[in-house]
Design a protein around this ligand. Structure first.
Ligand code: SF4
Length: 236
C-alpha cells in the first residue's frame, strides 16, 4: 500500500494543497449538500445558503421552505433542507446551544469520527471529510468512489467491501503517525488515479504506474490467470 501511495503521489504531484479553509460545521454542511451532486452545483447551493442566512443558527431556525429555496441548486433540496436543519438542531442540543464543532479538535480521530457518525445521516465519508478538509485538519480519511475502486482492484480490500466498510479497512492500513497532509495526499492521489487512469469502464492499465502490483490490471492484460474482478459503480 505504501509503495502504491509513493508512486501515485509522485505521479500526480503531491503534496496537494488543501482546497478548503472552512470551519468544521461549515464543512459538514457543505459535505451534506454535496451528496450525489455535481461540485459546481453543491458549491452554488452552499454559497446561496450562506448568502441567505447570516448564521447556522438562522438556518436551523428558519422555515424549512426558505432553506429549501436557498439550496435549490443541489439535488433533492426538499430532502436536504429538513436534514440540514435536523443535523443543526441535534448539534445544538448536544452542545447546549451554539452550532459549533470546534471542540472536535480536542478529540482523537476515532472519538471525533464516532461523535459525528452518531448524528443521523452522517456516515464515514462525511465525517472524514468534515475532519480532514475543514480547518481542523484532523487525519481522518474519506474514501470516495474512485479511491474505493482503485483499492479494490489493487486487492487492498475485497470485492465485497462496500464504500462505507472500506473506510475502516483502508484507514487501518495507514501508518498511525501520518499527519493530515499525508492522509490528504493519500486520498487525493487515489482519487486522481481513479479519475485519470483507473477508469470505471476501461482502465488504462497499459500506462498505469501501479500495473506491476495490480492483480486486476495484470489479469486484464493477460499477464496472469484472471483474479477476482472487483469493481464498484461510480457514485460521485
Ligand atoms: S493496473 Fe489497471 S486496474 Fe490496476 S490500478 Fe492501474 S489502471 Fe487500475
Amino acid at each position: 500500500m505504501l509503495h502504491a501511495h509513493e508512486l501515485l503521489c509522485a505521479e500526480y504531484g503531491a503534496p496537494f494543497r488543501f482546497f478548503s479553509t472552512k470551519d468544521a460545521l461549515s464543512e459538514l454542511i457543505s459535505a451534506l449538500l454535496s451528496h450525489r451532486t455535481r461540485n459546481q452545483d453543491s458549491h452554488r447551493a452552499y454559497q446561496q445558503l450562506r448568502a441567505a442566512f447570516p448564521t447556522w443558527e438562522a438556518v436551523r431556525d428558519a422555515p424549512t421552505p426558505a432553506v429549501e429555496q436557498a439550496i435549490s441548486a443541489c439535488t433533492w433540496p426538499e430532502q436536504k433542507a429538513p436534514r440540514l436543519q435536523a443535523v443543526l438542531r441535534e448539534i445544538s442540543t448536544r452542545c447546549g446551544g451554539p452550532c459549533d464543532l470546534s471542540f472536535l479538535a480536542d478529540m482523537s480521530v476515532a472519538e471525533a469520527r464516532t461523535w459525528l457518525e452518531s448524528i443521523s445521516g452522517v456516515g464515514p465519508k462525511t465525517s472524514a471529510a468534515t475532519l480532514l478538509f475543514s480547518s481542523l485538519r484532523i487525519p481522518a480519511m474519506p474514501v470516495d468512489s474512485h479511491h474505493h475502486r482503485v483499492a479494490q482492484r489493487l486487492g487492498l480490500i475485497s470485492a465485497k467491501t462496500g464504500p462505507e466498510a472500506a473506510h475502516a479497512k483502508l484507514e487501518a492500513l495507514l501508518p498511525p503517525d501520518w499527519d493530515a497532509q499525508q492522509v490528504y495526499d493519500h486520498h487525493e492521489a487515489f482519487m486522481f488515479h481513479g479519475q485519470k487512469c483507473c477508469y470505471f469502464h476501461t482502465p488504462a492499465c497499459g500506462r498505469c504506474v501501479l500495473l506491476a502490483q495490480c492483480p486486476f490490471g495484470q489479469a486484464r492484460l493477460g499477464r496472469q490467470p484472471p483474479a477476482a474482478a472487483p469493481s464498484s459503480a461510480p457514485t460521485a
